[in-house]
Ligand binder design. Structure first.
Ligand SMILES: Cc1cc2nc3c(=O)[nH]c(=O)nc-3n(C[C@H](O)[C@H](O)[C@H](O)COP(=O)(O)OP(=O)(O)OC[C@H]3O[C@@H](n4cnc5c(N)ncnc54)[C@H](O)[C@@H]3O)c2cc1C
Ligand code: SF4
Length: 556
């Protein structure tokens, strides 16, 4: 085994995504020397982002070797035919008989690389609803955060300033002490239709808060509305972690980022402190000692690493005295529906998820279910931005008639996307596979995630409201429906090392510090005790990481 990969860092961070990058920023700003170990590569936008290629629409993201991890799937739940109306289909591949179990189609979408999954993210920058912090206290289900919205608000402010969030003058349901740093983006034609339809249905839409610049900032230009945020932003106006937190942290001269560096084990020392991490890079293993370790590998890889680091003194895994590591996994409960609106043009232009409805996002926002949901204008988010997507999903057929139809309808799609709350369930968790391992010998993670009755109630409601919105917007037949009923396709995952007051039922305290190991901190989506009502999690991850880093820099 080799010696440490760098000299005496004050803090080692594992993972450079939404949480790791924000922690690196705050720690280096505070004068600490940080070593950031990132399993994936550093992306080169000119080479790796498909928007620079003529066949951009056909290219998958992320593409560079090593930019996705191997994940296995366990129990994803059985399908009740009574809900077959929620089955996923499109006009080109109509629905057949429903299967018997949910399938991991795209599975957990994520990125291994400098910036983590924020390279892929759309950039919705949303605070959680204040009520989501007290779900168990107020509604008797889910979990409670050991902190409140007000505790997190200053860190939300800081994160919004740093990444440059553009938003409306007033935002529903989220108290603010200052306006958004940038003015909201203009709405695209599809979103404007949903604003009108939502107003008539009692589901008011407003401009979404977006980590996308409407004015140049810090050498980053404003958005050109190419609409392809989830394919990697070629301009750098999207507030992904690489061009925001990490760029500023590297400018301090106190951050060292090592790419292709997979942490394979956490080593504990007598007395319960963390002694070192074991890192494999270029086929060589090194042991890196550290005074402080921050884990920010995401809600699948963080529990995997903690569980895989079991040793005689920590037989159930590191930081797992509560037995909660890997438990309480929460996925993305989603519904997406698309219809064509005769006469509408240019719906393929603009910014994804530019309009949002928060009307049902409070924990009691949906009758009969706990947790709430929100709706967005999602035509670009769903990828209906070029002719190939229309041809492969919305316009069946071939030959001259097909071409004429494609020309006639291109740019007239409207899509409603809905995301809802997920409550923790004993069956939903991340475990280690008994035999299968990655190239460096670490057991592969197995994600199990089932839909509870609460999820199904929410999903039925989201689908009904989504269909009503499309109809009210002038949409014809529902040409595409994608739903969590039969597909596990998560972009937001949470909960697998949750924070809490009680060390018997949670993994960390209110600052993300392990109850079991005084120099181990967690700063990623694993910490969430509740999922929120469909909000994008990244802004909350940033805020938690900034808050944890402040505490670490102050001496813990
Ligand atoms: C298509 C898509 C759209 C999304 N849209 C939004 C949105 O609009 N708004 C929003 O808020 N969120 C969105 N998200 C979700 C958001 O990207 C994630 O919630 C967020 O990035 C999670 O942050 P994290 O720090 O927990 O993990 P990540 O950002 O995934 O970072 C984890 C990092 O750790 C590294 N790592 C893992 N294991 C190891 C190891 N053993 N050793 C070293 N490094 C390791 C990984 O390579 C990765 O870089 C979207 C996600 C996707 C995929
Ligand atoms: S729409 Fe704007 S933020 Fe999104 S990829 Fe294009 S330029 Fe970047």
């Amino acid at each position: 085994m080799g010696r440490g990969v760098t000299d005496r860092p004050d803090v080692v961070i594992v993972g450079s995504g939404a949480g790791g990058a924000a922690a690196a920023f705050a720690l280096t700003e505070a004068g600490l020397r940080v070593l950031l170990l990132e399993a994936g590569p550093r992306f080169d936008p000119a080479r790796d982002y498909p928007m620079t290629q003529t066949d951009w629409e056909r290219r998958l993201f992320p593409a560079p070797p090593g930019s996705r991890g191997d994940i296995l799937y366990g129990d994803l739940g059985a399908l009740d035919p009574a809900d077959a109306g929620l089955q996923s289909y499109n006009a080109v591949r109509p629905r057949g008989a429903p299967g018997r179990v949910r399938l991991a189609t795209t599975g957990y979408s994520h990125v291994r690389g400098v910036g983590g999954s924020t390279l892929h993210y759309v950039g919705e920058a949303q605070r959680l609803h204040p009520g989501s912090f007290h779900l168990r206290r107020d509604h008797g289900a889910g979990g409670d955060w050991p902190l409140s919205y007000d505790d997190l608000a200053p860190y939300y402010d800081q994160a919004e300033r740093l990444i440059g969030v553009a938003g409306p003058a007033m935002q529903t349901g989220r108290p603010r002490t200052a306006p958004f740093p940038q003015t909201a983006h203009p709405l695209n034609p599809a979103a404007r239709r949903l604003v009108e339809a939502g107003a008539r249905l009692g589901l008011p839409f407003e401009a979404n808060s977006r980590a996308v610049l409407s004015e140049p900032m810090d050498g980053r230009p404003s958005c050109n509305y190419c609409g392809q945020c989830s394919r990697g932003c070629p301009l750098g106006d999207k507030g992904s972690a690489d061009v925001t937190f990490l760029r500023q942290a590297e400018a301090t001269g106190r951050l060292t980022v090592l790419t292709g560096a997979e942490v394979t084990r956490i080593e504990t020392a007598p007395g319960g402190r963390i002694a070192a991490v074991h890192v494999v890079r270029d086929g060589l293993t090194a042991r890196q000692e550290t005074p402080v370790l921050v884990l920010a590998a995401g809600a699948v890889q963080t529990p995997r690493l903690l569980l895989a680091s079991a040793a005689p003194d920590v037989p159930e895994g590191v930081a797992n005295g509560s037995g909660q590591v890997g438990r309480n996994f929460m996925e993305t409960l989603g519904w997406l529906g698309t219809a064509l609106v005769p006469g509408l043009t240019d719906s393929h232009k603009g910014l994804p998820a530019d309009a949002v409805s928060w009307a049902e996002n409070a924990p009691d926002g949906v009758p009969g279910a706990i947790g709430g949901c929100r709706y967005t204008s999602s035509v670009l988010e769903s990828g209906l931005s070029g002719p190939a997507s229309y041809a492969s999903r919305l316009v069946p057929g071939h030959g001259a008639a097909f071409q004429a139809r494609l020309r006639a309808v291109f740019g007239s799609a409207v899509t409603v996307g809905a995301i809802g709350a997920v409550l923790p369930d004993a069956r939903s968790r991340v475990t280690l596979h008994a035999e299968r391992r990655d190239a460096n010998g670490v057991p592969l993670p197995v994600v199990s995630s089932v839909l509870t009755d609460n999820s199904l109630t929410l999903l039925r409601h989201m689908a009904a409201r989504g269909r009503a919105l499309l109809q009210e917007a002038g949409g014809g037949e529902l040409l595409e429906q994608v739903s969590s009923w039969d597909r596990f396709a998560a972009t937001h995952v949470f909960g697998t090392a949750r924070m809490g007051v009680d060390s018997a039922s949670s993994v960390t305290d209110a600052h993300g510090r392990s109850h079991d190991h005084g120099n181990l901190w967690i700063a990623d989506a694993s910490l969430f005790p509740t999922s929120g009502g469909g909000e994008g999690p990244s802004l909350t991850i940033h805020a938690l990481a900034l808050r944890a880093a402040e505490r670490i820099a102050a001496g813990g």
